[in-house]
Design a protein around this ligand. Structure first.
Ligand code: AHR
Length: 354
């Protein structure tokens, strides 16, 4: 058994002031662990659902202009996601891309979408920072005759307000992670109390809400205790900061449930900076960036619940189909699984070529 269940606190630990960073945000080394074929969760034709805006080249310049309202640049996942749009939405594929970065600011992002409407882009793709307050903005896009796609983070809004959703099923990702932990505990014969440090993503984002809800349900159902729950805002720096502040409390824990790879890198940095060995904890992460998959191979991270960032071409395919008059599903979820010691090496090879 690789992991020992130990009660760890700061007492008796030697603090190390300088340690290397656990992960990398280098886009060349990050990105998706996979780009599998998506699943459609609803086969209902858009025409029957009342949404009648069809993507098209309105100004007749030979390309469809896609305005992309992106969340920000907070993580390796996000960098790979942005690149997939920049690579795909080019003239050679019949598109032009107008890219706006909300810098993780939900209010700015609403203004970004309004700016895209004012610019007269022909299709809008919205990856929402958080999930509230969108109805008026989406209505404005519809009133302007601009088809709007929601990607990456789902919204609970009237289906008449958007063409389609494409991206992860965030709660299912959390459920996969919790199921993995349950099985791991059983397989390893672990009888110690399970005390979980929970690093959350951006509060109010669907990615945070789904992954948090899954753990909040699984913990009482399995007798696990969540000893700390704090947002690390999906960034490595904030992940390290909140992990550090938990460690200062000197409380026992044996599991880290970190809602993305970047916060996981930060948590590992914090452990090392306090003289603790990450390999002695069960570490659960989300996304599947290359550095994180390598850390599974190296025994630092135990499991990653995948989240596919390479949405650009898949969104492009949906736009093309809708533009050609084909029926597209209202909701399409990326196909995602988990990466652990049983498949990480293969993932590195198949998804990243090394
Ligand atoms: O919405 C997807 C999430 O956003 C990713 O899991 C995280 O890394 C990113 O910031």
């Amino acid at each position: 058994m690789k992991k020992r269940i130990i009660a760890a606190g700061l007492a008796g630990l030697v603090a190390l002031s300088l340690v290397g960073c656990a992960g990398s945000d280098d886009p060349a080394t990050e990105g998706s662990s996979s780009a599998p074929a998506p699943t459609t969760s609803s086969a209902a034709p858009i025409q029957e659902e009342g949404y009648n805006l069809v993507p098209r080249d309105i100004n007749g310049d030979g390309v469809i202009t896609l305005g992309f309202a992106q969340v920000g640049a907070e993580s390796g996942w996000r960098t790979a996601n942005t690149k997939s749009y920049q690579d795909y939405f080019v003239e050679a594929n019949g598109f032009e891309l107008v890219f706006l970065d909300a810098n993780q600011d939900a209010d700015k992002q609403k203004q970004d979408v309004r700016d895209l409407i004012a610019q007269g882009v022909e299709v809008i793709d919205l990856a929402p920072v958080t999930d509230s307050g969108w109805e008026p903005v989406l209505q404005e896009a519809k009133d302007a005759g601009i088809p709007l796609i929601i990607s990456d983070r789902q919204l609970s809004v009237d289906e008449d307000l958007y063409l389609t959703y494409f991206g992860g099923d965030m709660k299912a990702e959390g459920e996969r992670a919790a199921e993995w932990l349950k099985k791991y505990i059983a397989d390893q014969g672990i009888t110690d109390p399970i005390n979980i440090v929970h690093l959350q993503g951006t509060i109010g984002s669907t990615a945070q809400k789904g992954r948090t809800e899954a753990l909040d349900e699984a913990a009482p159902a399995n007798g696990w205790e969540i000893v700390y729950q704090q947002t690390g805002e999906f960034t490595q720096a904030k992940g390290q900061e909140v992990m550090e502040s938990f460690l200062q409390q000197g409380q026992a824990f044996n599991v880290i449930y970190s809602e993305n790879d970047d916060m996981t890198y930060g948590a590992i940095d914090a452990l090392r900076a306090n003289g603790m060995n990450p390999e002695e904890y069960i570490i659960i992460s989300f996304d599947g960036n290359k550095s994180a998959v390598q850390m599974v191979v190296d025994g630092l991270i135990d499991v990653i619940a995948e989240c596919d960032p390479l949405l650009g071409p898949q969104v492009g395919d949906l736009i093309n189909k809708a533009a050609a008059g084909q029926t597209i599903a209202k909701i399409t979820y990326s196909v995602e699984g988990v990466i652990d010691s049983t498949n990480a090496a293969e993932k590195l090879l198949t998804a990243f070529g090394s």
